[in-house]
Design a protein. Structure first.
Length: 296
């Protein structure tokens, strides 16, 4: 990994739109976020193994219409890494507290991966504080996750999600990957990028550095280790009344198009072409256009 990884302050300043790197102590956690632009608040929550930097290509466009707040969720990047609180319902409370800290009674919210689960939990638990919700390539975890095979059969649809089990093994991942997390970043991106150059080596270094310590790896495992509680919480959520947009690719689009409409009364699912999981970085023009039209 490169040793000259820019700071969050430098990364924020490199984006068009007057972005700045900020911190807030809320709900028992210190959250790092990058904010810029003017208009209705739009919170962006990233996925694993990334940080707020995942949204770098869409933030300048969105900032023309919205007050963009890209957040390192609890345990990620520049945010603190407490020992508990990684249930998505608790992490949604972090975002609610941050929104209130910034003076926003109601927000638009979008998330990818783990961030999508937190965004969904935000709308489910703080519906009156939610204008609209966008979910990118991930539905909230439910009982179906418990059907993934440890040993996939030849007819199983790839990818084989071995990292779900890997990340709930206590104590081992940080020993195996501390100082070597670029291996995991490259593996996950290699699995799901149609165009590998959509995430350049310098960007991969940003992600790798964010996860490279034992403490950072332990915190990121917390998101996965909370999955059983997340499933239990999900069972108790009612049907969302806020407008919901789902963005997904290919085979996962078919799945999301079945599942997401059962979770809300006003749901639209859009297929994004020529991409897989990391569409925010691979098809930023399409993602920015869909988010602008939906939240605008």
């Amino acid at each position: 990994m490169g040793t000259n990884v820019p700071s969050d302050e430098e990364l924020a300043a490199s984006l068009e739109g007057g972005f700045t790197s900020e911190y807030a102590d809320v709900n028992g956690v210190r959250l790092h976020y990058v904010t810029g632009g003017q208009g209705e608040p739009l919170f962006l929550l990233p996925g694993w193994p990334e940080t707020w930097w995942e949204y770098r290509k869409v933030m300048p466009v969105l900032a023309e219409r919205f007050r963009v707040v890209a957040v390192d969720i609890r345990g990620m990047g520049g945010s603190s890494r407490p020992g508990t609180g990684y249930e998505k319902k608790s992490m949604a409370a972090d975002i609610r507290a941050l929104a209130e800290h910034l003076g926003h009674e109601r927000i638009n919210i979008a998330g990818h991966g783990i961030g999508a689960m937190v965004a969904f939990a935000y709308a489910a638990n703080h519906e009156a504080a939610t204008n609209r919700l966008a979910i990118i390539n991930t539905t909230h975890i439910d009982d179906s996750y418990q059907n993934f095979r440890l040993m996939p059969k030849p007819e199983d649809t790839p990818p084989h999600r071995w990292w779900l089990a890997f990340n709930i093994v206590p104590g081992f991942p940080e020993q195996a990957l501390a100082g070597r997390y670029r291996i995991m970043v490259d593996y996950m991106l290699g699995l799901s990028l149609v165009n590998p150059d959509a995430v350049l080596p310098a960007d991969r270094d940003v992600y790798a550095q964010a996860y490279d310590t034992p403490e950072a790896i332990r915190a990121s495992q917390g998101w996965f280790q909370a999955y059983q509680q997340d499933i239990d919480d999900f069972r108790g959520y009612g049907t969302l009344s806020v407008p919901v947009l789902g963005l997904a690719y290919g085979g996962f689009y078919d799945y999301m198009n079945r599942v997401l409409p059962t979770c809300g009364s006003d749901v639209r699912v859009v297929e994004v072409k020529n991409t897989r999981n990391y569409m925010v970085e691979e098809q930023p023009e399409t993602v920015a256009a869909e988010l602008t039209a939906f939240f605008g």
